[in-house]
Ligand binder design. Structure first.
Ligand code: SF4
Length: 253
């Protein structure tokens, strides 16, 4: 799990449930849990009664039928969806990845899946920022990405042995959580992978980090440096992404 979730998520009590396919039969069979969809439907009804918004977390796999997904999600009682970008191998202790043909895509196939997610966003609230999805498409084509990742600086992965990792995709933990004193933080604008937990949130937090960087530079008397941070054109994209995601959450019935 990411050590730090984005502010909108922290502020609003929520419930996310993993979903793997648009069809209930395919989903339950893939999970090996008969009746799972019926239980999800009952859980969502209970959450709604207590005014707790619920979103589905869908892994982008070959099981997903993007055109059928909005209806399936509404039928299960979800008010929004967030997509997990496919993960096949990870060097850390994180286990939510698989060498499975279900998540083995060519760059062209994955690009088409991202396009399907963007199209789906016109019919159903998608919480992944469009700017992040577009960066992932640049990543697939080896093009420069607009937003560097803030994992290791603003987000971490804490495992069940209390080892603190920069992210799921790092090959060794910098330290035990009890030894963390801030000197282990790293900020290098990494763009090595497509893990949505870090990449999506990095897009939305870019503007906050830029404002803070500018204030620090201004406090040191470096007005030009401060202005460069504040006038960074990516700030508007980042703020727009954060506002759209927060708005989608607030509209979840
Ligand atoms: S881009 Fe990937 S590997 Fe690099 S810091 Fe972020 S999550 Fe870790």
């Amino acid at each position: 799990m990411p050590f730090e979730r984005n502010r909108e998520d922290q502020d609003k009590q929520d419930d996310r449930q993993d979903l793997g396919a648009a069809s209930c039969a395919v989903h339950d069979s893939n999970r090996g849990l008969p009746g799972l969809s019926a239980r999800i439907r009952r859980a969502n009804a209970a959450l709604k009664r207590h005014q707790i918004p619920s979103s589905a977390s869908v892994t982008m796999s070959r099981l997903v039928d993007y055109s059928a997904l909005p209806e399936a999600l509404r039928d299960l009682g979800f008010g929004a969806v967030t997509f997990s970008y496919p993960l096949r191998t990870l060097p850390s202790s994180y286990l939510a990845c698989a060498e499975s043909p279900l998540v083995d895509f060519t760059p062209e196939e994955l690009h088409a899946s991202f396009e399907a997610v963007k199209a789906l966003g016109k019919q159903f609230p998608v919480l992944n920022p469009g700017a992040s999805i577009e960066d992932m498409q640049r990543h697939l084509h080896g093009e420069p990405e607009r937003f560097g990742c803030l994992a290791g600086w603003k987000f971490f992965y804490l495992d069940w042995h209390l080892q603190l990792w920069r992210c799921h995709n790092w090959d060794r933990p910098p330290c035990d959580i009890r030894e963390f004193d801030g000197t282990q933080r790293v900020r290098d604008g990494c763009t090595a992978c497509m893990i949505d937990c870090y990449r999506d949130d990095s897009v939305m937090q870019h503007v906050g980090v830029a404002v803070s960087d500018g204030m620090r530079a201004a406090a040191q008397g470096d007005v030009r440096e401060a202005w460069n941070h504040w006038a960074d054109r990516r700030n508007l994209v980042s703020a727009g992404a954060a506002i759209r995601t927060a708005t989608a959450w607030l509209r979840v019935p």
